[in-house]
Design a protein around this ligand. Structure first.
Ligand SMILES: Nc1ncnc2c1ncn2[C@@H]1O[C@H](COP(=O)(O)OP(=O)(O)OP(=O)(O)O)[C@@H](O)[C@H]1O
Ligand SMILES: [Mg+2]
Length: 271
């Protein structure tokens, strides 16, 4: 066996070992950018943590990592004494790993797909995740290399496809559902985000992007519809300043929607 093959085999073993201790793996993705994958990943992670589950959150968006900013995570991870592996960081009880914590601020990583996939493989094998009930992976937009790597190496039992309600997003997300099916992810769920803007003046909902498309997509594709999340200005602000709605505005319409979606997700996982 060549040295490279040996290293590959060792890494496969480390991933295998890690996955044995992570009961449930969930990939959050969508065919389209900017629909709220990271927002959904962060708030779902905290909604599950609120149910006393041990939760890990892997920022698998290597070139556009947003999880530290959205959770308020600062600093960098602690390295294991072997000098090779490292521990996830912890923020409000959730274990987090992100490329943003491993490089200087404002650095642009101009990496091709295979290199980005290598980082995902390292996040799975070289991070000491420990015992987890759920590991959520926030994936980059589209159906490219890293999405494929995460979906294959992480062996997720559930895919959560995030869409906004309008037709252009639905078309892309239909492709994401098709990809999840091809990858044989056993459970596929759809979340509709930005489902109506809640007017801060009159509290009425304005259907900027239409409404109901996510449920239609789920029906058409046989996926499970988990629910809708409205658009709220404070949710965007919370994302910018590291204060997730579920933790910092638990009474808000956004947080209540996430709690309901977490309940639906929990029953899907048990099914
Ligand atoms: N329900 C919501 N209400 C208000 N703002 C939202 C909502 N969902 C997401 N946003 C905001 O929209 C922007 C895009 O969201 P986010 O970064 O979660 O999307 P994404 O799909 O992860 O994007 P990318 O494809 O770039 O990774 C962010 O500024 C976020 O705070
Ligand atoms: Mg994102």
């Amino acid at each position: 066996m060549s040295t490279q093959q040996e290293q590959q085999a060792q890494q496969d073993q480390r991933i295998e070992e890690n996955l044995k201790h992570i009961k449930h793996r969930i990939v959050i993705f969508s065919g389209k950018g900017g629909v709220g994958k990271s927002t959904v990943a962060v708030n779902l992670a905290y909604a599950m943590k609120n149910r006393n589950h041990k939760v890990g959150l892997m920022d698998a968006d290597i070139t556009g990592p947003n999880i530290p900013q959205m959770t308020g995570l600062t600093g960098s991870p602690k390295i294991h004494e072997d000098g090779k592996r490292f521990y996830p960081q912890e923020k409000n009880g959730v274990s987090i790993v992100s490329m943003a914590s491993l490089m200087p601020p404002d650095t642009a990583l101009i990496w091709r797909g295979p290199l980005r996939s290598t980082v995902i493989t390292q996040f799975l094998g070289d991070v000491l995740w420990g015992e987890l009930d759920h590991l959520l992976a926030d994936l980059p937009p589209g159906t490219g290399d890293e999405v494929l790597t995460a979906a294959q190496r992480m062996k997720p039992q559930t895919a959560v496809v995030v869409t906004t309600p309008q037709d252009v997003s639905l078309a892309d997300c239909r492709r994401a559902v098709t990809m999840a099916k091809k990858l044989e992810i056993p459970r596929i769920a759809v979340v509709e985000n930005m489902s109506g803007l809640i007017c801060p003046h009159c509290d009425k909902s304005i259907d900027i992007f239409d409404s109901g498309g996510g449920e239609k997509l789920a029906l058409e594709t046989g996926a499970t519809f988990l629910g809708r999340i409205p658009m709220e200005i404070e949710t965007r602000i919370g994302g910018d300043i590291g204060q997730p709605a579920v933790l910092h505005r638990p009474e808000s319409a956004t947080a209540r929607a996430f709690e309901e979606i977490a309940t639906q997700l929990a029953s899907l996982i048990k099914s």
